[in-house]
Design a protein around this ligand. Structure first.
Ligand code: ADP
Length: 377
C-alpha cells in the first residue's frame, strides 16, 4: 500500500524505524518506509513500505517521490545519493554534510579535533610501521562500516595487528583508553537549532555489544554530566545535526570524558526514553526532523534500566511473553519481530522506579527469561 500523502520517508527497516512508527501513530504522522525485505522489523508495522536497496538511487527516488523529508534507521546511505535527493528538493535530516561524521570515524576524529572536543589520541594507519610509530597497545578501527564491535581490533603487539592490517580497509588507531565506564549523551535538534538533551546515561557493553543502560548514569559527577551534555550540544550544533544525535563517551579512570563515537539517529542508549522520559527519543526524532516543537526530555522516574534481549536459547519470544509477564509484572517489553539468532538484538525491556537495584533486578530478570527461559536465581 502506498499513499501520495506521506509526511516522512524512512530508509531502513530495522527496529529503530519500527519504534519511530510507534511514535508516529500517536502524532498522526504518515511514514513511508524503504525496507530490506517484506518481513523486516519495521515493514511488519508500517503499511506504506516498499522493498528496495538503500544504495540504489532509483530506489531512494521512488521512496522519496512526493515526500518532503527523509530520515534514517541507519547511517549507510551513500552521501552522493543524499546530495542528489537534496538537489531534487527533499530535505535529508540529518543531511549528508552531518552524516559524514557518523559514517567515517577518520573524518569524525578530525572534525572533533578542530572543535576542541576531547577524543582519545588517534592517527590514521595503513601499515605495521605506522602502527609501531603510534605505539602499543592500540585500538584499531575501520573508519567506515563497523558496528557492534565489528571492525574494531584490540592490538597489543605487532602479531595482533595482522587481521586488522589485512582487512584492506581504511584504518584509524586510537590509544587504548583506560575507562571506568561508558556514557552516552543524547540530544535532539531541530533545523532551527532548538535542542533538548536527555539525562546522560551509563551503557554497559558485553563483547562490544550494548547490553544494559542505566538512566541517569549512577553517581555521575555533576560537572561531568554537564560537560557531557555540553559536548553533545556543541557537536549537534557545529555539525548541523537534525534529529537525534547520540554521543558515546568514555569516563576515564582519572575522571575525564573522551568521545568514542557518534550516531545520528535514535540510539540503543536512548531506548529507555520510551518508558522512562517525558518524551521518547523516537518521538523527538520525528518532531525534530519534521521541524515541530520538541518535547521535554526529563526523566519520568528516578531510575530507568533498559536491558537488551540478545538472541539465546528461546526461539519463540512471543510465546515466552506470558511467562515473562507472569514472572515480572512491572516491566515494559519491546519485541522487534526479528527471528532469533545468537547474540542478535531481538528486543529490549525497561523497568522504571524509585530504587535502582529493584529496577535493575526486574529488567535483568525479564531479559534473562526472554533469552534463556530461566533466570540466574
Ligand atoms: P562500533 O562502531 O562497532 O560500535 P566502537 O568504536 O564503539 O565500535 O567500539 C566498540 C567498543 O570497543 C566500545 O564500546 C568500547 O567498549 C571499545 N573501545 C572502542 N574504542 C576504544 C578505545 N579507544 N579504548 C578502549 N576501548 C575502546
Amino acid at each position: 500500500m502506498s499513499s501520495p500523502s506521506a509526511d516522512l520517508a524512512v530508509v531502513g527497516g530495522g527496529q529503530l524505524a519500527r519504534m519511530m512508527q510507534q511514535a508516529a501513530v500517536g502524532l498522526g504522522i504518515h511514514i513511508r518506509l524503504l525496507a530490506e525485505g517484506p518481513d523486516v522489523s519495521a515493514a511488519q508495522v508500517i503499511p506504506d513500505h516498499r522493498v528496495g536497496d538503500h544504495t540504489s538511487l532509483d530506489d531512494l527516488r521512488d521512496l522519496a517521490a512526493g515526500v518532503p523529508v527523509i530520515t534514517f534507521d541507519h547511517e549507510h546511505v551513500p552521501p552522493e545519493h543524499l546530495r542528489a535527493l537534496e538537489a531534487e528538493g527533499h530535505a535529508c535530516r540529518p543531511g549528508p554534510h552531518a552524516l559524514l561524521f557518523a559514517q567515517d570515524k577518520g573524518a569524525m576524529r578530525a572534525r572533533l579535533d578542530e572543535l576542541g572536543v576531547p577524543c582519545p589520541r588517534h592517527a590514521s594507519v595503513s601499515s605495521l610501521a605506522d602502527l609501531e610509530a603510534f605505539g602499543f597497545p592500540a585500538v584499531v578501527k575501520t573508519t567506515r562500516g563497523g558496528y557492534d564491535g565489528k571492525g574494531v581490533w584490540f592490538v597489543h603487539s605487532a602479531a595482533d595487528a595482522e587481521e586488522a592490517l589485512s582487512s584492506d580497509r581504511e584504518l584509524i588507531a586510537e590509544e587504548l583508553v583506560d575507562f571506568r565506564r561508558e556514557l552516552s549523551a543524547l540530544v535532539a535538534r531541530r533545523p532551527s537549532g532548538d535542542t533538548v538533551a536527555w539525562p546522560v546515561v551509563e551503557s554497559r557493553q558485553v563483547d562490544g555489544v550494548c547490553k544494559e543502560v542505566v538512566a541517569p548514569a549512577p553517581d555521575l559527577d555533576d560537572h561531568l554530566a554537564q560537560e557531557a551534555e555540553a559536548i553533545a550540544r556543541t557537536i549537534a550544533s557545529a555539525l548541523d545535526v537534525t534529529g537525534v544525535l547520540a554521543v558515546e563517551l568514555f569516563e576515564t579512570s582519572d575522571g575525564r570524558l573522551l568521545v568514542n563515537e557518534l550516531a545520528m539517529r535514535p540510539h540503543n542508549t536512548g531506548h529507555w526514553t520510551i518508558d522512562g522520559a517525558a518524551t521518547s527519543q523516537f518521538e523527538n526524532h520525528l518532531r525534530a526532523v519534521l521541524d515541530r516543537p520538541l518535547g521535554p526530555a526529563g526523566p519520568r522516574a528516578p531510575w530507568s534500566v533498559m536491558v537488551n534481549i540478545l538472541g539465546g536459547s528461546v526461539d519463540d519470544l512471543e510465546a515466552q511473553l506470558s511467562v515473562v509477564l507472569d514472572a515480572v509484572a512491572d516491566i515494559r517489553v519491546h519485541l522487534y519481530g526479528k527471528s532469533v539468532k545468537a547474540g542478535r538484538k531481538v528486543g529490549h525491556v525497561t523497568a522504571v522506579g524509585d530504587d535502582l537495584d529493584d529496577a535493575q533486578a526486574r529488567a535483568r530478570r525479564a531479559a534473562d527469561l526472554f533469552e534463556k527461559g530461566t533466570t540466574h536465581e
